[in-house]
Design a protein around this ligand. Structure first.
Ligand code: NAD
Length: 497
């Protein structure tokens, strides 16, 4: 993957030239107010950059520019095969800059450099390339009409798209939106999280280098309640695509209703159940997957397997296997290529997670692994992967999205009970089932109210599969051709011959 050592990465970090300005009409620019905010690294608390703090005035400028660029047709009316070529070039540039982007991502949000490089950046490039490659292979429809009529059902780009994204996979979540939004010909304004704006800002320049015309891809860093809200309320934004918390997702639906009824597509929170039946094909593999499902990316994953549902007949045997397996997941310096658990994104998140660990104790769950902040001397925000056994599904640690490395283990006696517990949260993002019984696997998968179900694995999938949630985990889907629905309007043109 990379031969770079921690010392090499640290040296590169010292020499890194970090861009913190907004990007509008093909150029970096300060916020209209000239305001900035500090971008602090959770790795060690160091100041990385001053970042433009955009607000309503910047949203006005960027939306007007995105609109006129869209109307000009310079991108929206370009032949799909041409857009494809540019998108593929964009993906190649992301790959060429993979080490720089991975370093920015790790410094900005604390995830291990090996993950930034091997997962975030490579999957982001794949999302752009996959969407670009698809765009000249999609056909519209001709309706079944009487002989003297012709009915065309065509897709058109929707116009100006605002994409508001979170901090846990900053580049990847952006590219899940940018891929289909740009491939279908829209103009996009990306609003990265104020906690992790750097890679979004950086790739805007790569988009221009790739040949995406100025005004088609703009980036407005800043806070949610300022520039995020301004975009969500804007009368000339046609579609709002969002990944983030359920709380903000609900607020965005209100903003759309209060403004222009813009389309709103939401990828929100999760509290995903990982169900291990007594007849799981390989308990050791299931235990290792259960540990990874909560420790990967410090548990800051919308699909984190945060509730481990274990059939009571094997629970006494299985939980120690998970406790053993989680020892392989240790917080370490994020720039060390051997590290698999990095820093939590900031001190607010650190305190949230520690608060939930305390809630687990207070509500009577039994701590069997982790439970503490570690590496405090680094100035960073690190927490041990933590497991509570004896959890009741009504407890706060089983109901609320912690978004940190805290696993709740819950016992069950029958498939019906497992499904009832699994579905008993406001969320419906993902779930997993471990069994060697084919019928039980299928019947359980069907009964689970979740957008993704994995069998005998955790977190499978690819750009080829739609991703999104049931219930309060959201609406619409990222990835796959289904994602294109969010960025296009259907038009029926009926012609009398
Ligand atoms: P968040 O909801 O706090 O913020 C997400 C984005 O919304 C940020 O860019 C933020 O600045 C912006 N925002 C905040 N208030 C806003 C407002 N009033 N108007 C407009 N924009 C506003 O979420 P977060 O803490 O950044 O991310 C963590 C959440 O994201 C978790 O709940 C996680 O489950 C979810 N998530 C979901 C998926 C998915 O695909 N379903 C993927 C990753 C993360």
């Amino acid at each position: 993957m990379t031969s770079l050592t921690r010392a090499d990465w640290e040296q590169r970090a010292k020499n890194l030239n970090i861009e913190g300005r907004a990007f509008v009409h093909g150029q970096y620019c300060a916020a209209a107010s000239a305001a900035t905010f500090e971008c602090i690294s959770p790795v060690d608390g160091r100041l990385l950059a001053q970042v433009a703090s955009c607000d309503l005035a910047d949203a006005e400028i960027a939306v007007a520019d995105a609109r006129s660029t869209f109307d000009s047709g310079v991108w929206s009316r370009l032949a799909p095969v041409k857009r494809k070529e540019v998108m593929i070039r964009f993906a190649e540039l992301i790959e060429q800059h993979r080490e720089e982007l991975a370093l920015l991502e790790t410094l900005d949000m604390g995830k291990p450099i090996s993950d930034s490089l091997g997962i975030d950046v490579s999957s982001a490039a794949r999302a752009i390339r996959w969407s670009g490659e698809a765009i000249d292979k999609i056909y519209d429809e001709v309706a079944a009409t009487p002989h003297n009529e012709l009915g065309l059902v065509t897709r058109e780009p929707i116009g100006v798209v605002a994409a508001i994204v979170p901090w846990n996979f900053p580049l990847l979540m952006s590219c899940w939106k940018l891929g289909p939004a740009l491939a279908t010909g829209n103009s996009v304004i990306l609003k990265p999280s104020e906690k992790s704006p750097l890679t979004g800002i950086r790739i805007a320049q790569l988009a221009i280098e790739a040949g995406i015309p100025a005004g088609v891809f703009n980036v407005l860093p800043g806070y949610g309640h300022t520039v995020g809200k301004a975009l969500a309320l804007h009368m000339d934004v046609d579609t709002l695509v969002f990944t983030g918390s359920t709380k903000i997702a609900k607020q965005l639906m209100v903003y759309a209703g209060e403004s222009n009824m813009k389309r709103v597509w939401l990828e929100a929170g999760g509290k995903s159940p990982n169900i291990v039946f007594a007849d799981a094909p390989d308990l050791q593999a299931a235990a290792e997957a259960a540990a990874g499902a909560i420790a990967f990316n410090q548990g800051e994953v919308c699909t984190a397997g945060s509730r481990l549902l274990v059939e009571n007949s094997i629970k006494a045997q299985f939980v120690p296997l998970v406790v053993e397996a989680i020892k392989a997941w240790k917080p370490g310096h994020p720039l060390d290529p051997a590290t698999n658990v990095g820093a939590l994104v900031d001190t607010t998140q650190l305190n949230n997670v520690l608060g939930y660990i305390q809630a687990g104790h207070d509500d009577g769950a039994k701590l069997v692994a982790g439970g503490k902040r570690v590496m405090e001397e680094t100035g960073g925000t690190y927490v041990e992967p933590t497991i509570f056994d004896g959890v009741d599904n009504a407890m706060r640690i089983a109901q609320e999205e912690i978004f940190g490395p805290v696993l709740s283990v819950i016992g069950f006696d029958s498939a019906e009970e497992a499904v009832a517990i699994a579905n008993d949260t406001p969320y419906g993002l993902a779930a997993a089932v471990w069994t060697r019984d084919l019928s039980k696997a299928h019947l359980t998968a069907k009964a689970l109210r979740a957008g993704s179900v994995w069998v005998n694995q955790y977190d499978g999938g690819d750009m080829t599969a739609p991703f999104g949630g049931f219930k309060q985990s959201g609406n619409g889907r990222d990835k796959s051709l289904h994602a294109f629905d969010k960025y296009t309007e259907l038009k029926a043109t009926w012609i009398k011959l």
